[in-house]
Design a protein around this ligand. Sequence first.
Ligand code: NAG
Ligand code: NAG
Ligand code: NAG
Ligand code: NAG
Ligand code: NAG
Ligand code: NAG
Ligand code: NAG
Length: 772
Amino acid sequence: MFTSWGKTALLLGLALGSGAQDVITSDTAFYGQSPPVYPSPEGTGLGDWASAYTKAKAFVAQLSDDEKVNLTAGVSSNTGCSGFIQAIDRLGFPGICMSDAGNGLRGTDYVNGWSSGISVGASWNRELALSRATYMGQEYRKKGVNMILGPVVGPLGRVALGGRNWEGYSTDPYLSGILVSETVKGLQSQNVATSVKHYIANEQETNRNPTTDSDGNAVQSVSSNIDDKTMHELYLWPFQDAVLAGATNMMCSYQRINNSYGCQNSKTLNGLLKTELGFQGYVVTDWGAQHAGIAGANAGLDVVMPRSSTWNSNLTDAIANGTMEASRLDDMVTRLIATWYYLDQDTVFPHPGVGMPSSASSPHEAVIATSKEAKPVLLQSAIESHVLVKNTDNTLPLKSPKLISVFGYDAYAPLKYDLSNNFNFGLDRERSDLYQNGTLYVGGGSGQNSPAYIDAPIDAIKRRAYEDGSSVLWDFTSEAPTVDYTSDVCLVFINAYATEGYDREALSDTYSDAIVTNVANNCGNTIVVVHNAGVRTAEAWVDHTNVTGIIYAHLPGQDTGRALVELLYGDSNPSGRLPYTVAKRPSDYGALLEPSQPEGQYQYFPQSDFSEGVYIDYRAFDKDDDIEPQYPFGYGLSYTTFDYSDLKISKTSNASSAAYPASASILPGGNPRLFDELVTVTASVKNTGTVDGQEVAQLYIGIPNGPVRQLRGFDKVSIKAGSSASVTFSLTRRDLSTWDTNAQEWLLQRGTYNFYVGRNSRDLPLEGTLVY
Ligand SMILES: *[C@@H]1O[C@H](CO)[C@@H](O)[C@H](O)[C@H]1NC(C)=O
Ligand SMILES: *[C@@H]1O[C@H](CO)[C@@H](O)[C@H](O)[C@H]1NC(C)=O
Ligand SMILES: *[C@@H]1O[C@H](CO)[C@@H](O)[C@H](O)[C@H]1NC(C)=O
Ligand SMILES: *[C@@H]1O[C@H](CO)[C@@H](O)[C@H](O)[C@H]1NC(C)=O
Ligand SMILES: *[C@@H]1O[C@H](CO)[C@@H](O)[C@H](O)[C@H]1NC(C)=O
Ligand SMILES: *[C@@H]1O[C@H](CO)[C@@H](O)[C@H](O)[C@H]1NC(C)=O
Ligand SMILES: *[C@@H]1O[C@H](CO)[C@@H](O)[C@H](O)[C@H]1NC(C)=O
């Protein structure tokens, strides 16, 4: 029954081992198969890669077969790099250091702890995403890290309880796409390669890797079964933007796609990535994600990390016996070396791994990557991580409070902060709904790092008290603390923890809810600050009359306390917006609340059918309009108010309105005609309040036969009190199109397109239409 699956099926058969045939059949699996796409396209130096390829080809021509093979997998090195490609001294190639991760450099000292992906999502700020990435890139470069293992746009956040959603930006592909694009540009402006991950459909941690169950049976990784349209319109979208922005590397994911492992799936690697998107860089495995030998190379995998147990001399054997073309090995190595040249790492880069000690206690030099110049950006990215969602009677900003009472386990710095856990902050991959060993400024797993310091909320609150002569009381340990009757404000700090390796158990926890409720029952002005690594619902206290303020702070990084106090006291005006939907009840997420589990006839081959199509998060809430969110996608309050007027929608004069893009040579990112600007939308936004502030004007469009509305533009603008600003949204052909599975093209349908502009996905005062 594997015959119709072609070559991929054979690979799959190898990987699954015996017994596979008894379980998966084409009529029982909903999607079942990943179509074979061979041979693997060679990188040719498209677009601005031409000179890098010329140099790389000349370099590769000088390599022996054994040297080539050595470049296709990692080796152990005496550095603390997460992965290392060894040097070829005779050609002056010093090797390549790859390290975690997207929110700051892990496994070393003298680095900053930056705001996490979800916080960048909450900022809705292109320029800030770019400058954050630029300063992070400076740090990686100083440390000799040639490639950073990030940023993350997979998971997108399909499953509300997903354990790694916080590493990515948003459940919306458009917002994620813009922010990953700026992040790639910023990091690579510092000559650091980006490994955009996890390619693709890595939407849950449960069963991400093969395991053995308690009876000793092998259980394969979960299979994300996705139809072609959903793949293009949702999951591939931000990866496409990353390739368009020049991303040099893709990390293939642990789980399977249509039952074929992410690092040996010829449709996603050879087909979508290297053919349709014209990707010129190389593909590296997630650590330990190689599950096939030569078959993986033929499917489009280029480099294995941290080491390969099946390649090595097998690659040259396979060429000798005709299982693999010699040109494939050359292409694998050329793609790697081209990346090195593309980013000028042959001329301007420090020695690989120079600032990456093998352990905190081993002798090493202090290579200082932090800088004074980075500080304003570090702080601003922490500030814009915060989303104010409730502010009864403008209780915030605080007005000269005399007594501030602080509660909750999340307000203080860890009691022990040293580098003994090999530079890993706190809990590594322990499953827990909350984190009780200090304020949560980052999530767990490979996305965490050891920042220069941790400025906890209580530290910054006390500094403020020193400056303004106020008093501070605190109780971090009681579930039902005593509240001083004269408190002007009670600040309650709780969190929602998540870590790589596990999905979360719940969207809220009763212990944290009890602290909030107990304080609110005794304090008329209770403000809740949640450090949340993903969606955190608040049904237990959101409507409590004494809960006057709620801030979703997300994961702001090391300046978390300083950033919060600036907002609480009005030195900064909140401008974050939710990059996901907060439901009233967990059940409102429906089947997308929890990860798929191994079950029934697929208990050894877990299946996750993405049968909801593009209807995740707000697209699902809007579809069934009776699901009213607690706080809609895009929502967030400011200390001022904004009015909208003057919507103008116009087709650009030179734009083609043909149904399909004109054919053109593929460039990195795909057909360049997809990115032609077809429509321009403008509107006027007025700051109608009394303080200056930033508004995130949002454009949603209703495409015929699609979701009610989808984000297709946003413009974050600073507006002085009483002034107005013009906001502009530029829509490309792809923004207006849907994926036509028959034509295998983006289709600009004929019909009426609805346009909505406003404050969030459910508050859109301006409406218009356009007909194609
Ligand atoms: C997965 O299967 C669906 C249904 O057959 C198909 O539309 C899609 O292209 C496949 N995608 C991949 C990556 O195999
Ligand atoms: C390949 O790598 C191994 C392990 O580091 C090394 O011993 C060997 O000399 C390398 N081969 C060549 C041809 O450089
Ligand atoms: C070659 O591949 C086989 C599995 O296919 C593996 O057992 C063996 O160790 C590999 N040899 C080398 C030198 O990596
Ligand atoms: C060719 O060599 C590869 C690598 O050793 C091996 O996996 C494969 O089975 C061989 N094929 C044939 C037809 O000998
Ligand atoms: C807190 O730290 C202790 C060890 O110091 C550890 O046992 C515990 O699991 C941690 N708990 C949580 C939930 O943070
Ligand atoms: C609100 O707080 C006051 C104390 O300031 C308390 O008397 C009152 O009962 C609280 N209200 C609720 C609904 O718990
Ligand atoms: C239209 O013209 C402008 C200005 O010359 C150019 O930037 C844009 O790319 C053109 N758009 C298309 C669709 O050709």
